[in-house]
Design a protein around this ligand. Structure first.
Ligand code: ADP
Ligand code: ASP
Ligand code: MG
Length: 416
């Protein structure tokens, strides 16, 4: 008998029909002799709606109160899914993150899971119950309710799968698997049968939201095989595993776009030792996620430093940087939000020179200007104007031979 953790994202539990479809599928999995633990997201767009509601009510939105608010979304889903399961004859019990024993650090809004204490869930499973856990939430070491960052239910699912020693973790969503690019942006994208943890980690790190970055880190560290699949068609999806890619695999496995970052530029910074540390240490201390960093060559002992931060962290980043800029005698601070990051990811890059040059040529031929560049051994990222994102993804997808040759034909479900 296998133990399977199934995670259902927002679109998979968006309305009563979807919730009943989930319950039927769980009943089916159970009938086949498996134990099942579910992790559910908030229904449809309810997390976005709760954030919008908070913005209408107050300009003072502490992390603590935001987490109290946002965790209610997943709690609605866990209770409704448990009721729907009871309706199809499955004995189910919902658990909040706290009840599930998910212990996190104290960083509201993007807490990290430190530990999962699975005893209560194990007891329920031993009694033949299906446990339905509210995703995206935990209890901090200070006994406060926390959330794990947007898309965090993926992380809940993988952490629980690791803690319970589950045989696999299935991530149900509104596409049929992981594609060579976001199928909503690149219609000719192809579904990957499998992808390695390392490549998926780079895709998630580059901003692909199909899996949350921390969920992939967790899966790799604890060797939990993941399957990303559709709760609309239920067909076999994409396996994310430790398996390395083989020689026959394409050099590039995916193209990722990310419009969630803004660029901050500190102008005329005195070019002397310690300046970068003075700038980036306070950002790190405030938990701001700095991504790409570019420093210009120095001119008359002054240089410009640009970097990207998540749009959601721009306000706090600017407050910090403006005060440091004044202290160190920089010329000023500017910022730009109409940018996007486009990345190529592929393990084959390690052994194939010239990928970056080809990427830059393809973009140049389309008159797309590159504002920043960063690389890892299996990723190349560039920052371009937001308006060029779709074009950049599509031309790169074609140029690197990723087009499936047929328009992506399985109709995507309506986004709610
Ligand atoms: P869920 O609510 O189920 O967690 P998400 O919206 O977080 O779903 O993630 C699924 C979405 O990820 C898809 O609808 C798709 O638009 C997007 N996506 C981005 N990149 C990819 C990719 N390479 N393959 C598949 N989907 C992708
Ligand atoms: N509901 C949360 C979000 O919208 C968490 C999740 O869906 O994974 O980000
Ligand atoms: Mg998601």
């Amino acid at each position: 008998m296998a133990l399977i953790v199934q995670k259902y994202g927002g679109t998979s539990v968006a309305d009563p029909d979807r919730i009943r479809a989930v319950a039927e599928h769980v009943a089916f999995t159970k009938r086949h002799g498996n134990d099942v633990v579910l992790v559910v997201s908030a229904m449809g767009k309810s997390t976005d709606n709760l954030i919008a509601l908070a913005e209408k009510v107050s300009s003072v939105r502490t992390g603590r109160e935001m987490d109290m608010l946002l965790t209610t979304g997943e709690q609605v889903s866990m209770a409704l899914v448990s009721m729907a399961l009871a309706d199809v004859g499955v004995d189910a019990m919902s658990l909040t993150g706290d009840q599930m024993g998910i212990i996190t650090d104290t960083v509201h809004g993007k807490a990290k899971i430190l530990e999962v204490k699975p005893e209560r869930a194990q007891e329920a499973i031993a009694q033949g119950k299906v446990v339905v856990v509210a995703g995206f939430q935990g209890l901090s070491t200070n006994n406060e309710i926390t959330t794990l960052g947007r898309g965090g239910s993926d992380t809940t699912a993988v952490a629980i799968a690791a803690a319970l020693g589950a045989d696999s973790c299935e991530i149900y969503t509104d596409v049929t698997g992981v594609f060579s690019a976001d199928p909503r942006i690149v219609p000719q994208a192809r579904k990957l049968a499998r992808i390695s943890f390392d490549e998926m980690l780079e895709m998630a790190g580059a901003g692909s939201k199909v899996l949350a970055l921390r969920s992939v880190e967790f899966a790799r560290n604890h060797n939990v095989p993941l399957q990303v699949r559709s709760s609309f068609t239920w067909e076999p999806g994409t396996w994310v595993t430790a398996e390395e890619s083989s020689m026959e695999d394409p050099i590039i496995s995916g193209i990722v776009q990310d419009a969630n970052e803004s660029k901050v530029t500190v102008l005329s910074v005195p070019d002397r030792p310690g300046i970068s540390a003075a700038l980036f240490e306070p950002l790190a201390a405030a938990n701001v996620n700095v991504d790409m960093i570019v420093q210009n060559t120095s001119n008359d002992g002054k240089t410009d430093i640009s970097f990207t931060v998540p749009k959601a962290e721009l306000k706090i980043a600017l407050e910090i940087v403006e005060s440091v800029a004044a202290e160190i005698g920089a010329g000023g601070v500017s910022h730009q939000s109409d940018i996007a990051k486009v990345s190529l990811v592929g393990a084959g890059m390690k052994t194939s020179p010239g990928i970056a040059a080809k990427m830059f040529r393809v973009l140049a031929d389309e008159k797309i200007n590159i504002e920043m560049i960063s690389t890892s051994t299996i990723r190349i990222s560039v920052v371009v104007a937001a308006a060029s994102t779709e074009k950049a993804c599509q031309v790169l997808h074609t140029a690197f031979g990723l087009d499936s040759g047929q328009a992506y034909s399985a109709p995507l479900p309506e986004r709610k």
